[in-house]
Design a protein around this ligand. Sequence first.
Ligand code: MOS
Length: 731
Amino acid sequence: MSPQPQAAVGAPLSRVDGRLKVTGKALYAAEHDVDGVVYAAIVDSGIGRGRITSIDTRAALAHPGVLRVISHRDAPKLPYRDNAGSNNPPGRRLRVFQDDRVLFHGQPVAVVVATTLQAAQHGASLVEVGYDAERSSTDLREAEADEPTRYARGDAEAALRSAAVRMDLTYRTARNHHNPMEPHAAIARWSGPRLTVWDKTQWVVGTQNELAAVFGIPAQAVRVISPFVGGAFGSGLRCWPHVVVAALAARVMARPVKVVLSRRQMYFGTGFRPSYEYRLRLGSDRRGRLTAMAHEMDAETSSYEKFTETIMPAGQMLYSMPNVSQAYRTVPLDVNTPLWMRGPGFATASFVIESAMDELAHQLGLDPIELRRRNEPAEDESNGLPFSTRRLRECYTVGAREFGWDRRRPEPRSRREGDWLIGMGMAAGLYETQRNTAQARARLNADGTATVEAAASDMGPGTYTSQTQVAADALGLTMGAVTFRLGDSLFPPTPPHGGSMTMASVGSAVLDGCDQVRQQAIKLAVEDRRSPLYGAAAQDVVVRDGRMHVKDDPARGETYRQLLARNNRTHLEALGSFSRPSGAERHSYYAYNATFAEVAVDATLGLVRVRRMLGVYDAGRIISPKLAHSQAIGGIVGGIGTALLEHTVTDHRDGRIVNANLADYLVPVNADVPDIKTIYLDGEDREADPLGVKGLGELVHIGVAPAIANAVFNATGRRIRELPITAEALL
Ligand code: MOS
């Protein structure tokens, strides 16, 4: 096949759904207009652990508009079948209103259904719940850990004992909450045995499977619709209890029910990035060649599910060294279950490893980039596989040049402007290139337009736009002629919209489906005696603006419309698919970055201001440069949050989250966001997937926090090993 001309892919296009969003026509979960809907407000547990002893609903029921209060006392028993087709971690998931147990502060204990939202909310405040409270355990440092997951190569302990340079460092990272702009919400409606749910989710298929399992009905009986997601950062990767509440209440009421979590409820109604205590010991020779690292990682999970994330690979393969040991332990606490958030695992590992590398560079008197160059591996030392592509050295070179790294003074506290100490720091980041089985349906219509459908999501990165770009070029159509539809479980299945795998997975399926349709059309033309293309070699035909022509003879051709009309075809259609090659991987697939930060720290007040940031990314092919830049800005802003602001605080006396609101849980605002530059290295990763992409969403967040921490050290001489870095810590 002649390669299709690439007109849309690689072009800095604006979002195809931008107008819908700014005119309010993009409908988010709670905005769908469902006839006869009633409103539900969840009553949260006021204790951190124990039993419900009484529920007094009289005042609530007396309130005008309140229709019903549902709790474990009268809720239908639900089968809660096991579910392999979900993101549920191992364990026994929280069962909504199935018993009197309270497992964490904020757990749903009842729901008030009313004719208006106001009546439901007020009704919820009138429900009196009595408890038999037990002591809850929410402190990572006090509780007992599970058995560790281990990794080892060589003998890290022996190598550490004999290392010329040794460091033993303990890091702590705060719990973070996703805090998307749009609150989580669901509307559920039953039609006989069939359930339809409008949900905020990053995975309509996962939510479909989970609701089917919870209610003991076939997956085909559940439809999940989620065309727009107002940010999620991972929080939409699971079907949370409130979605079950909506479906359960809709069943009890025999009416559609809407549940919207309040901002406060988002702190325990959905997951969070778990807090870590992370000890890293490292050894090197005097020239900075690493000899060993020993990692001990303790992370929060809930008492009822064991949530884990990919915290371990970075320590195994980011740098070359013969000896590595790792022990990763989860610590069950009386909290709700954590979930992946912005660069999960890797962001935390990168903060620790990249902070430690900066400390080592300082101790050895080496430039931090030079230290990293000395430890570049030739292959993935965790499995002996060659890298598909790894251009971290180039990221360093380009980044150092563009950021003006040569202006950095290695001696901390050596640059001052009035009250402000100025410093520069950098860090490496990496994220695995994930890709997974996906399908997409492509349909070329008689009018020369096309519709492409997949059960994917768009939580903000611009899936609608980037998939349209892929489809447009593969079909040889303009962007305007292609409609990409997503967010409906009736569409062909896709993996979760997370782990930065959407373009590699769904995009490859879209490419396949559109390639098939284009080839069907070309075959039809070259075999059609009435076509100007009759007798041409199919592989010599390309399509541009909906017109097929012989590549080297553009005059010889015809349009899709002409072809389909003459052949009385209403459409051509194909189901595209992508699956990862079966069997063992042949390469080690990762995307990389070098992230640079310049900070100013008020010498007397300890305030940190990020002045400039640069990210240089080895992310494979960039489908949509404008979206990719936007993605990187978002990732860096999120990284500034993790580095300097975001911290979910728990009162360990009763497990209550103290700052469950956006006034006290700090996120970066415009005034916190500096001049941000982003550079994507040109190129593609031909080994990773048919599109040559390596994933962006996580990568752009990872490495930001350590770059800032290292800049703070360069500015002040203070090494802060705890996130967020606060003014208090710097005083
Ligand atoms: Mo991302 S944390 O996988 O939504």
